[in-house]
Design a protein around this ligand. Structure first.
Ligand code: FCA
Length: 330
């Protein structure tokens, strides 16, 4: 009797397509999405939009934190073992490029790089690996131009103003942004002698805080300050350093890049030196790169070698809530 009931139940499940459905689930396309700094809201936003693509197309995104080379390579093994056929990566170190691509070949995994472009052993970009990223130099120029505009609006004397430039030159996109920014301030008439470089050891707030502190200690004569950096975190560390040095909030202007990582700052009751941020398109970065890997695996469509993303919006205390809500980030 029990056996008959069981058989009946199984027949029902099969005819209803339920068991067949779960067999299909095993065939679902899986892709990885590896990011160097999962704690950065920017990368969490990319993950969120990769998931959106997955939901639309019915594939699965395995989101993996890969803060160092060892973890990147281990993640690739586990992706292959789990049946994934490709992945998107923002690598913790662009010089891992050749190791990543050699391993991807062995494991038969397709690779799309996002944000940070892979670099070959001779220092050139690995132009064969599909890459989606921003026009970093132009973006940096926008940062510099807007900083000077705001300083002029406040009536600052530029000869008495200092600029902290938080650099991280081993990463090309960082170098492009900060050098573009410096170019723009010089073009706008800012005195070169007042531009001070703060090489960051790490790309987080402590990294830019420490480096900015050194600059501030060395130039106590400057009363007004502009803060340049490759992203929100780099600028925020600089802002924290000016606070620590006792510089008045009204005498500091910083404009970040990303826009995703300044919510807490702009929500603070008291205004800080962070004037705003250049909001990029984490939605496009996450959604499009995930879709590229999926289409490559499922439909054999090879992604273009380079997809530049250009849109940027200045967000400030006035409009950040509206702009981030539009993107579904608040
Ligand atoms: C780099 C930075 C991120 C973000 C991205 C577009 O990876 O580390 O914060 O700016 O480029």
């Amino acid at each position: 009797m029990m056996k008959r009931l069981l058989n009946l139940a199984l027949t029902f499940l099969f005819s209803a397509g339920l068991l067949v459905g779960s067999a299909h689930a095993a065939d679902k396309v899986k892709i990885g999405f590896l990011v160097k700094q999962p704690e950065e809201p920017w990368f969490q936003a990319e993950w969120r939009f990769a998931d959106k693509a997955a939901k639309e197309k019915g594939f699965e995104v395995l989101k993996i934190a890969a803060p160092d080379g060892e973890r990147v390579l281990a993640a690739m093994d586990s992706l292959a073992a789990n049946g994934a056929k490709g992945f998107v990566i923002c690598t913790p170190d662009v010089r891992l490029g050749p190791a990543i691509m050699a391993k991807a070949k062995v494991l038969d995994l397709k690779v799309v790089a996002v944000d940070d472009r892979l670099v070959a052993s001779d220092g050139s970009f690995m132009a064969d690996v599909p890459y989606l990223g921003i026009d970093a130099h132009a973006l940096g120029q926008t940062q510099g131009t807007l900083l000077i505009k705001e300083a002029q609006k406040r009536g600052w004397n530029l000869t008495e103003t200092g600029i902290i430039v938080n650099t991280f030159d081993e990463l090309d996109t960082a170098h492009q942004r900060t050098s573009g920014s410096v170019e723009a301030v010089i073009a706008a008439g800012f005195p070169t002698a007042n531009i001070y470089y703060a090489p960051n050891h790490t790309t987080d707030i402590p990294g830019s805080f420490d480096a900015s502190n050194i600059v501030l200690t060395q130039h106590p004569d400057k009363k007004t300050w502009l803060v340049i950096g490759m992203n929100d975190t780099a600028v925020l560390g600089g802002i924290r350093a000016t606070e620590g040095a006792g510089i008045k909030v009204a005498n500091v202007i910083g404009i970040g890049i990303n826009g995703t990582d300044v919510t807490n700052e702009l929500e603070k009751k008291e205004v800080t030196g962070l004037y705003g941020s250049l909001l990029l398109s984490p939605d496009i970065h996450g959604y499009k790169t995930a879709m590229m890997v999926y289409d490559w695996i499922a439909n054999g469509i090879e992604p273009p070698k380079f997809t530049p993303i250009k849109d940027v919006t200045l967000i400030t205390r006035e409009n950040f809530k509206q702009k981030l809500t539009e993107l579904g980030l608040l």
